[in-house]
Design a protein around this ligand. Structure first.
Ligand code: FE
Length: 178
């Protein structure tokens, strides 16, 4: 084999090996398992979307200090301080981090607690729930199912038809009309 041919073969061999390593079944699976099925008000149906993962630095670039503290660090805004507590226009409350639809104005009610309250999410697929044992209490935390943003907590003292109260921070939401 000529020296030049040998080098060419070696180069393409290396390229194939690298591609082979990159496209392992594991990486393919990791890429596909990140898809989730959620409700979209605009599409009037379920859509497939990708999970969102960002570093704290990347979140800081698109969020205010308070939005970052509440949505990414599980903070709580002061009662009666949020912009959506007494907000009753018709529309959708989306995730401040990833813009996924989270709550519909139809399901909003005045709980008197100082935080925007809903008796259900826009669809159960659009939120995730987790047990929260911080502050010596057992509470149910509610998060965005797409980007894991902290939204607030769920309590059992809500109105009909669910009897639930989704107590949500305005800082985790972004309202859009319609
Ligand atoms: Fe989100």
């Amino acid at each position: 084999m000529k020296r030049r041919t040998f080098i060419r073969n070696l180069t393409s061999g290396l390229a194939l090996a690298v591609t082979g390593l990159w496209m392992t079944p594991q990486t393919l699976f990791a890429a596909t398992q990140e898809k989730i099925r959620v409700w979209s008000k605009k599409a009037k149906g379920f859509i497939m979307t990708e999970k969102i993962h960002k570093t704290d630095q990347q979140w800081r670039e698109i969020l205010s200090e308070e939005q970052f503290h509440v949505a990414r660090k599980k903070g709580t805004e002061r009662a009666f301080s949020g912009q959506y507590d007494k907000h009753y226009e018709a529309g959708v409350y989306r995730c401040v981090c990833c813009e996924q639809d989270l709550f519909d104005s139809e399901h909003k009610f005045d709980s008197g607690t100082g935080w925007p309250s809903y008796y259900q999410p826009i669809a159960k697929e659009n939120v995730a729930v987790e047990e929260d044992r911080s502050w010596f209490m057992l509470r149910t935390e509610v998060l965005c199912s797409r980007c894991d943003a902290h939204l607030g907590h769920i309590f059992n003292d809500g109105p009909k038809p669910t009897g639930l109260r989704y107590c949500i921070n305005s800082a985790s939401l972004k309202f859009t009309e319609g």
